[in-house]
Design a protein around this ligand. Structure first.
Ligand code: PEP
Ligand code: MN
Length: 250
C-alpha cells in the first residue's frame, strides 16, 4: 500500500490521484513567476516548483536568487494559493524557508548528503527525494530511510533519470523504478520528465509513460521564454506545450 502524503490545501500524493507539480527550473523574477502562476491557475495546476538555491555543475553558472527568490515565492503563493516546493541544499536555510515552503526537495546531487537527510527527518513537512544520478535502487531507498529514521515519514520518491552510456538524452529516465518502488516501499513516486530526458519534445511521452506505469505524479519545468531561461531552457516547455501536456495527462 502506498502511503498518502498530505501536502496541504487538501492535496495528497499517493492517494490514487495524479499530481502535476510545475514551474521553472529557477525562480528568476517576479514577472516570470507571475506569468507562470497565471498559466498554472488557468490549467488548474496547484503545486508550484521553482529553485532558489541551484546546485549547478559549473560554479560560474547562475546559482539561484537565494533569499530574494524566496520573497518572490512568498508573493506568488499569496496571490495564487499554490503549494510551494523548492530545493533545500543546506540545512542552515531551513529557518528562512520554513514559513513559505510546503514541500522540500532534496536534489539528485544531495541524495546521499546524510547529514541533510537526517536533519530533514526531524521536520514535519513532506520531502521530495530525488534519485541520485548514479544511485542504485537500494541506495535510493536507504537514503529515504535516513529521513524516516528521524520520524518524518512524508517522503515522495522522485525518479529523475540516471547516467548511462546514452547521451542523446541528458539522462536515462528509468520508468522501471515505479513498480519497483511500489513493490519494495510504501513511498509514493513521481517522475521528473524534464531532467529525466533533458529535451522538451520528450516530456509528453515520458509523462504519459510514467502515468501508465503507475506514477503518482510528475514534476515538470516550463518557462515563458525557455530560450532565455537562466537554467535548463532546453528541457523547459513553452506555455502552449504545457497546456497540451496538462490536457494529455487528464
Ligand atoms: C531541479 O529540479 O532543477 C534539479 C536541479 O534537479 P536534479 O536535482 O534532479 O538535478
Ligand atoms: Mn532544473
Amino acid at each position: 500500500m502506498t502511503r498518502v502524503v498530505k501536502l496541504g490545501n487538501g492535496l495528497n500524493i499517493g492517494d490514487g490521484s495524479f499530481n502535476i507539480i510545475a514551474g521553472p527550473c529557477s525562480v528568476e523574477s517576479f514577472d516570470q513567476m507571475d506569468s507562470i502562476g497565471k498559466k498554472m491557475a488557468e490549467n488548474g495546476v496547484k503545486i508550484l516548483r521553482g529553485g532558489i538555491f541551484k546546485p549547478r555543475t559549473n560554479p560560474e553558472s547562475f546559482q539561484g536568487l537565494g533569499l530574494k527568490g524566496l520573497e518572490i515565492l512568498k508573493e506568488i503563493k499569496k496571490k495564487y494559493g499554490f503549494i510551494v516546493s523548492t530545493e533545500i541544499m543546506d540545512i542552515k536555510d531551513l529557518e528562512d524557508m520554513e514559513e513559505i515552503v510546503d514541500v522540500f526537495q532534496v536534489g539528485s546531487r544531495n541524495m546521499q548528503n546524510f547529514s541533510l537527510l537526517k536533519d530533514l527527518g526531524h521536520i514535519n513537512k513532506p520531502i521530495i527525494l530525488k534519485r541520485g544520478m548514479s544511485a542504485t535502487m537500494e541506495e535510493w531507498i536507504n537514503a529515504a530511510k535516513y529521513i524516516e529514521m528521524g520520524g518524518n515519514k512524508d517522503i515522495i520518491m522522485c525518479e529523475r533519470g540516471i547516467r548511462t552510456f546514452e547521451n542523446y538524452t541528458r539522462n536515462t529516465l528509468d520508468l522501471m523504478t515505479i513498480p519497483i518502488i511500489k513493490e519494495k516501499t510504501e513511498y509514493p513516486i513521481i517522475i521528473d520528465p524534464s531532467h529525466g530526458t533533458g529535451r522538451r519534445e520528450l516530456i509528453k511521452p515520458a509523462s504519459i509513460g510514467g502515468k501508465a506505469m503507475g506514477a503518482d505524479g510528475i514534476i515538470v519545468e516550463f518557462h515563458p521564454s525557455p530560450e532565455d531561461a537562466l537554467s535548463d531552457g532546453d528541457q523547459s516547455l513553452h506555455f502552449e506545450e504545457f497546456d497540451e501536456l496538462v490536457k494529455a495527462l487528464r
